[in-house]
Design a protein around this ligand. Structure first.
Ligand SMILES: [Zn+2]
Length: 456
């Protein structure tokens, strides 16, 4: 299985990336004639990536047309519109596989066979499992990506690759760079090391600072259709009926489609969310529905993070020589007989600081998981009201939740299209509010949503 198979419904992106890999591997003279289709691929306007003008229509790395990748090493094809370049920005809505695309590209650049991207050689395998020596992946633990991580990444970028041809730096959430981190990264993008390739991922080009995105070549992933996703699930062994429901309900989110197809808890959560509109009678019922929704999100976050949190804390304590019970680590200080009482105190203080920082990161990650889960629930809910509205207006569109047709019909019969539209708007407004206000308490937001849905 080739690494490109992981990209579902992204034919033009695959063509672009393949051309770049070819340009990066073949001899200079033959490279110049292999480029055509790829330039077009990234020139296709992406409906999910708003804002014209930021993506250079030619797919060239900089708006001026001048190669912003100074490395003369990026031959052949460095100046070709579909050639190889040092910095790439993979964009697309959540779940479409931005990171998969970046990783497939990284694997092909590291692949030991022809055509590149076999998915089987050790070059491909180590990249796909994130164990390649020449690959560094940076993923934020919490809500933002700090300058420390980026400095380490930039240092790494400066060193020559050890096993393959390229040193690859993968930033999975470039939209969460802090300002200081972005500035640190910018310097590396302006003057990249000869063999460094930066792969940045973000929902859209607007989520990345203009100074950074102008130095990257953008690869815009589109939302895969329900047919694409359904085919993927069936290839992976899911039965047709389940694949159909999961593909539609996921609305192009591959990870969610897989979870809905294979995980009973995910299905139960979806059911709980989609039953909410028919539960909204009295105020008490609204508040109970809201509490259930937030509880489910919290439970999800806890299930996802608790084990990891404990493991990380223990690992850090071990690394710092801090015992789980006796802070100070007698055995460690015994091994360092020259360390006086003063320096031991400093070590302990340093350890306490590191543990506190880890705890902060874990809290931030926990909140993020809760918000992600809630957001998903709100997308499901909006999908249901969209189905209701489609029925009320007689719009000939496929339902997002075909297995909730009865509920949708009953909601359609008991409300006007205007009411449904207002409900849809209030769900979307809650999504925005939760995303834009880090201080907003999820339960309060969802309670007010439940009441607004009832009163719409
Ligand atoms: Zn390979």
């Amino acid at each position: 299985m080739s690494v490109w198979d992981a990209l579902v419904g992204q034919e033009s992106v695959v063509a672009t990336l393949r051309a770049a890999v070819n340009a990066a591997t073949v001899a200079p003279r033959s490279a110049s004639s292999t480029d055509d289709g790829a330039g077009q691929a990234s020139a296709v306007p992406d409906p999910t990536s708003p804002g014209p003008g930021t993506v250079s229509p030619s797919g060239a790395p900089s708006p001026s047309g001048a190669p912003s990748q100074p490395g003369a090493s990026v031959r052949p094809g460095g100046r070709q519109r579909s050639g190889m370049t040092h910095s790439w920005l993979f964009t697309g809505p959540p779940g479409v596989g931005r990171e998969d695309a970046a990783r497939a590209f990284a694997a092909s650049l590291t692949c030991e066979r022809l055509p590149p991207g076999c998915g089987e050689c050790s070059g491909c395998h180590t990249v796909l499992t994130d164990t390649a020596t020449d690959l560094r992946t940076v993923t934020p633990e919490g809500l933002s990506l700090g300058v420390k991580d980026i400095r380490a990444l930039v240092r790494d970028a400066a060193s020559a690759p050890t096993a393959g041809r390229w040193r690859i730096l993968l930033l999975t959430d470039a939209d969460r760079l802090t300002e200081a981190a972005a500035n640190a990264l910018l310097k590396a993008l302006e003057e990249p090391a000869e063999r460094a390739v930066f792969l940045l991922c973000a929902p859209s080009v607007e989520d990345v600072l203009p100074t950074i995105r102008s130095r990257c070549r953008t690869v815009a992933l589109r939302l895969p259709t329900a047919t694409d996703v359904r085919a993927m699930l069936i290839r992976e062994g899911v039965d047709e009926r389940t694949a159909d429901i999961a593909a539609r309900a996921s609305q192009g989110h591959l990870g969610l489609a897989r979870r809905l197809a294979g995980d009973e808890i995910a299905r139960a959560h979806r059911d709980a969310v989609l039953r909410i509109p028919t539960r909204l009678g009295r105020v008490g019922a609204c508040l109970a529905a809201a509490a259930d929704l937030v509880d489910a999100a919290n439970a999800d976050a806890e299930a996802a993070n608790t084990e990891r949190d404990v493991g990380e804390t223990e690992a850090l304590k071990t690394a710092l020589g801090v015992g789980a019970t006796a802070v100070g680590g007698k055995s460690r200080s015994a091994k360092a007989p020259k360390a006086g009482a003063k320096s031991r105190t400093m070590v302990v203080r340093g350890a306490a600081g590191a543990l506190k920082e880890l705890e902060r990161n874990q809290k931030s990650r926990g909140r993020r998981t809760v918000l992600d889960t809630l957001d998903r629930a709100l997308v499901d809910l909006a999908g249901l009201y969209r189905d209701v509205l489609a029925e009320q207006l007689g719009a000939p569109v496929d339902p997002i939740h075909p297995d909730y047709a009865v509920e949708a019909s009953s909601l359609a019969a008991t409300a006007t299209p205007e009411q449904t539209l207002r409900r849809l708007e209030v769900v979307l407004a809650t999504r925005t509010a939760l995303a834009d206000n880090p201080g907003l308490v999820p339960l309060l937001a969802v309670e007010s949503l439940a009441l607004a849905l009832r009163d719409a």
